[in-house]
Ligand binder design. Structure first.
Ligand SMILES: C[S@@+](CC[C@H](N)C(=O)[O-])C[C@H]1O[C@@H](n2cnc3c(N)ncnc32)[C@H](O)[C@@H]1O
Length: 270
């Protein structure tokens, strides 16, 4: 298979997420969200990202989440006192779910359908905090370009807050006979080509449309933030799993791998 262009990969990924959306509505998680989001203090954010967002300060701030999926995390930002929240995603099917949740919630986030690489001008320079969470980075063909677009949404002095899966995990295949044996290069440039539905929570993935998953080293993420004009203020790696259940087997090991990381980076005041 020929290597896709960045734009082809982004379009394929959008199609794959749209096609997978109905599977997410069949989960207990979705049913739980329908009940939970009616509460003003609803949050699905774990203690790691909650503490970091509190430290950065979200109360009274205008926040954007890039790659918001079904909006559950965008809605959670109100529990930390956000003044306004905008969620951006290129999957129209997931944004429908986000609007369904928002209709049940007492809060009023705005959800906008857009590829992060082609943001509407009205979003540029508007936000105090830009949030990027679990499972967004690896869909991006070029991490520096991605971070430039993320940075473009920030006001001067605004802060990117990232909570992502650790790129070193990409070296391992959790379904392999020996899941602890390195299976691919940390420095792999070509994307993994996936041909299955995109699901979490141990649902059996079904054969589905092609999507592209890119590995970005931790160094390239930090360098990308710097190239985007951001000053890195915090980078921390953790031993807990923040992704699919399949990866929980890497927790609590005597020779522990890094499983996730948080990063903050702030735009200059000009
Ligand atoms: C794994 S989900 C994020 C899940 C979220 N952290 C949560 O826990 O609810 C990744 C999202 O990124 C979105 N995405 C991928 N590439 C994108 C792009 N180029 N522009 C906008 N959204 C994109 C997908 O549509 C998907 O909804």
């Amino acid at each position: 298979m020929d290597k896709p262009s960045a734009q082809q990969a982004i379009i394929s990924n959008r199609h794959a997420w749209d096609q997978s959306a109905r599977l997410h509505k069949e989960t207990d998680t979705w049913k739980g969200l329908l009940d939970a989001v009616v509460h003003p203090g609803f949050t699905c954010l774990d203690p790691t990202i909650t503490r970091l967002l509190q430290a950065v300060g979200v109360a009274g701030k205008d926040v954007v989440q890039l790659g918001c999926n079904n909006g559950r995390e965008s809605l959670s930002l109100f529990s930390l006192g956000a003044r306004s929240v905008v969620g951006i995603d290129q999957s129209v099917a997931f944004l429908q779910q986000a609007r369904e949740l928002a209709d049940l919630s007492p809060h009023s986030p705005q959800f906008i359908e857009s590829d992060i690489h082609h943001l509407p001008e009205s979003l540029l320079g508007q936000f105090d905090v830009a949030l990027v969470t679990i499972g967004v980075l690896n869909w991006m063909p070029d991490v520096t370009q991605f971070l430039r677009h993320v940075a473009s949404t920030l006001k001067p002095g605004g802060t990117l807050v990232m909570y992502e899966t650790h790129p070193f995990l990409e070296v391992f295949d959790p379904k392999a006979a020996n899941p602890f044996l390195p299976a691919s290069s940390y420095f792999q440039r070509d994307p993994f080509v996936l041909q299955e539905s995109i699901v979490y929570e141990g649902q059996g993935a079904q054969t589905g449309p092609t999507s592209y998953w890119f590995v970005h080293t931790l160094g390239s993420v930090v360098s990308g933030a710097v190239a985007a004009g951001l000053q890195v203020g915090h980078l921390q790696e953790y031993a807990h799993c923040n992704r699919e259940e399949l990866y929980e087997q890497y927790e609590h090991q005597p020779a522990q791998l890094p499983l996730c990381f948080t990063l903050t980076a702030t735009k200059g005041m000009d």
